[in-house]
Design a protein around this ligand. Structure first.
Ligand SMILES: *Cc1c(COP(=O)(O)O)cnc(C)c1O
Length: 398
């Protein structure tokens, strides 16, 4: 029997390929097996008691821990320079579990105003019923965070780059403010992935992910992850996840372990495509503006350059003729797929004003930067020329 060697590298591509694998390397296999078992036998009653008491290592029940899921948790935690990970059934399960771990009746949270819609909705419609107060501010200006903090603030939650406006928040600056007030800082790192940004290295306490996006990368599963900086935070969140039950299935974990191995290849290719496409779109007569953090005139370009290893592959553009212009592009693309979500190998395109945010009143939409003419593009790994020509012909139909 050959047990693979432990690969201990600080480099990103190596980590993405080897992370967590050794946890399950019983037979020398190079792929982590799927431990499709809901429960695990105890050798004796005493062993069972010791496992429940936390005095003996060993699995009990898959909601509390599973070898395949643990391999994924270790892989992502290593890539994020964190202590440990907690895999969840979706990105929203990760986010709401973090909320539930830190917020109670009378507590307050400060969050980014243009945060992912359901991250805001969960606070306004569910946590509000339990007496949680929330403030949504433009966190790209750090002063707004400082001013929003109250004596009862228990969590600062930022998303950067933010969805879909591509606003950037200074993670180290936000961490310094949160730390000064003794409040944990959680960062939604979905848009960047650990390949481009590792918030814990910049002072964040908790990172959350929708694995559905870049980390899995193939638009075939929904999943999430919570990564903590230290053991104390891990111990605070784990029982909340176990009780609320938003945990991950072993088969889902295996698919993500498979997807994440090509994270570096996918990110490099999609970033390269995005940089070229952003430049092309900027000069297109049917495009009024382009939000892409890699442009030197993006309002937070300097912060993005400093805290990210690359500018990512998400672009927001404004098209002429507002709502109708956006719809025309949606109905004429052929290589791009008209769909929400992002971060897959295939390029996706979406029009928030007529789709994801259609139910939000225009005034509120515009306050969050979601104008009628905004079209969001998730650039994938196809050949650049095909993406360029496709957008060009669709835009010219306006
Ligand atoms: C998609 C997304 C989520 C939610 O993740 P699900 O896996 O769909 O539950 C949270 N945050 C961001 C930034 C996202 O893009």
């Amino acid at each position: 029997m050959t047990i693979p060697k432990h690969v201990n590298s600080k480099r990103k591509a190596t980590k993405a390929i080897h992370g967590g694998k050794l946890l399950c390397a019983d037979f020398g296999q190079v792929s982590v097996p799927i431990f499709q078992s809901s429960t695990f036998a105890f050798p004796t009653a005493e062993d069972g008691a010791a496992r429940f008491a936390g005095e003996q290592a060993g699995y009990i029940y898959t909601r509390l821990g599973n070898p395949t899921v643990n391999a994924l948790e270790q892989s992502i935690a290593d890539q994020e320079s964190g202590y440990k990970g907690l895999a969840t059934g979706s990105g929203m399960a990760a986010i709401t579990t973090v909320y539930a771990a830190f917020l109670e009746a009378g507590a307050h949270i400060v969050s980014t105003d243009c945060v992912y819609g359901p991250s805001r909705g969960a606070l306004e419609t569910i946590f509000a019923r339990f007496g949680v107060e929330s403030s949504f501010v433009d966190t790209s200006d750090l002063q707004n965070i400082e001013q929003a903090i109250r004596p009862n603030t228990k969590l600062v939650f930022i998303e950067t780059p933010a969805n879909p406006t591509m606003k950037i928040t200074d993670i180290a600056g936000a961490a310094a403010i949160a730390q000064k007030h003794g409040i944990p800082l959680a960062v939604d790192n979905t848009f960047a992935s650990p390949y481009l940004q590792r918030p814990i290295e910049k002072g964040a306490d908790i990172v959350v992910h929708s694995l559905t996006k870049y980390i899995n990368g193939h638009s075939d599963i929904v999943g999430g992850m919570i990564i903590t900086k230290n053991a104390e935070l891990y111990r605070k969140i784990k029982p909340v996840l176990n009780h609320l039950g938003g945990t991950m299935d072993p088969h889902q974990a295996w698919l993500v372990l498979r997807g994440v191995q090509t994270l570096s290849l996918r990110m490099e290719k999609s970033q390269e495509n995005a940089a070229k496409l952003a430049e092309f779109l900027r000069h297109h007569p049917k495009v009024t503006w382009v939000n892409y953090p890699g442009f030197t005139d993006h309002p937070q370009y300097k912060i993005a350059k400093c805290q990210m290893d690359g500018f990512g592959a998400m672009i927001a553009i404004g098209v002429v003729n507002g709502l109708e212009g956006g719809k025309t592009v949606m109905n004429n693309v052929q290589v791009f797929t008209l769909a929400v979500s992002l971060g897959g190998v295939e390029s996706l395109i979406e029009h928030p004003a007529s789709m994801t945010h259609a139910s939000v009143p225009r005034k509120h939409r515009e306050e969050a930067g979601l104008y009628d003419e905004l079209v969001r593009i998730s650039v994938g790994c196809e050949d650049y020329e095909d993406l360029r020509d496709d957008l060009d012909q669709a835009l010219n139909k306006i």
